[in-house]
Design a protein around this ligand. Structure first.
Ligand code: FE2
Length: 296
């Protein structure tokens, strides 16, 4: 590859493939960290992947709302700079007036949901979510464990106390949806999310810092710290046509039974994120660095 790149003789089609390959590799870097965390969490001694200082809990800011006017909005990749095929074509959507929360849902918020029996009250849950909770016995986010009266979570720096002002992480779509209903709100659609994030410009939360590999305090940026579940099913945009050949398998064939997550996480390589980025996982997935923000 180095020789081919230095030759200067790669045509545009080949260079596009190289760029897609580099972006694909970045996705795998994030998946590797997700897998390492999961594997280490099952190890009897809870190994540490990255050593770092103990967390210093801070205050949880009260949740506020950002209001947006409905109407016709454009969403999708604009065509300048790299984007995956699933981010286009850019197209119009019609939105009603909406609001999104000005910060992520935190661990402190989630503890209130748990204290209110959120995991045991069917009225908050989608039918498939309720089935999954009863089948799995979920009663807290992924990696959480109750020890000596307090909750701990497994991180890439080993098992640590849950930090109240960090965003809740490793919750499934079902849990995110149930939380939102409990809170008297809902999850944003991916289009509401994109319109809201577009107004914040280049604001970024925490992306991959190899010395941390863990979300930071829930701040005001919409991109970073945790991937955010949306209410949207992962579907092709109007006019989407998969490419011919192997590249055509890249995204289109996964457009069933998955939900879109927006933003980026604390294990997403910096520069990989975009506000038009569409990540996607099945609704019961919890090993993703996934959290949520509310909408209404
Ligand atoms: Fe791959």
């Amino acid at each position: 590859m180095v020789a081919a790149l230095e030759s200067g003789r790669l045509d545009d089609a080949a260079l596009d493939l190289v760029e897609l390959g580099c972006n694909h590799e970045q996705q795998h870097q994030e998946l590797l960290l997700m897998d390492i965390k999961h594997l280490f969490s099952t190890h009897a001694f809870g190994p540490v992947y990255v050593d770092r200082e103990p967390d210093v809990p801070g205050e949880v800011a009260p949740m506020g709302w950002r209001e947006f006017a409905g109407g016709v909005h454009e969403v999708g990749a604009v065509g300048s700079g790299f984007a995956y095929d699933n981010e286009g074509p850019r197209h119009r959507v019609y939105l009603e007036d909406f609001a999104v929360s000005d910060r992520l849902v935190t661990n402190a918020d989630w503890l209130e949901f748990m204290a209110d029996d959120g995991y045991r009250r069917h009225e908050f849950w989608l039918s498939d979510g309720w089935g999954t909770v009863n089948q799995t016995g979920w009663h807290a986010p992924g990696y959480w464990r109750e020890e000596d009266g307090g909750w701990t979570t497994f991180t890439l720096s080993g098992r640590r106390p849950v930090v109240p002002d960090e965003p809740v992480t490793h919750v499934s779509f079902y849990e995110a949806d149930a939380y939102a209903r409990w809170a008297g709100a809902r999850l944003p659609t991916e289009f509401e999310w994109e319109v809201a994030a577009g107004t914040l410009g280049d604001a970024r939360g925490r992306l991959l810092d190899p010395g941390r590999c863990h979300p930071g305090r829930a701040g005001s940026a919409m991109v970073g710290d945790v991937w955010e579940w949306t209410a949207s099913a992962y579907l092709p945009y109007p006019g989407f046509v998969p490419a011919n050949g192997a590249v055509g398998e890249y995204n289109g064939k996964f457009m069933s039974d998955q939900h879109v997550l927006r933003g980026a996480s604390a294990v997403t390589p910096a520069g990989h994120e975009r506000i038009t980025y569409r990540n996607f996982f099945p609704a019961a997935s919890r090993w993703v660095f996934s959290g949520l923000r509310l909408a209404r």
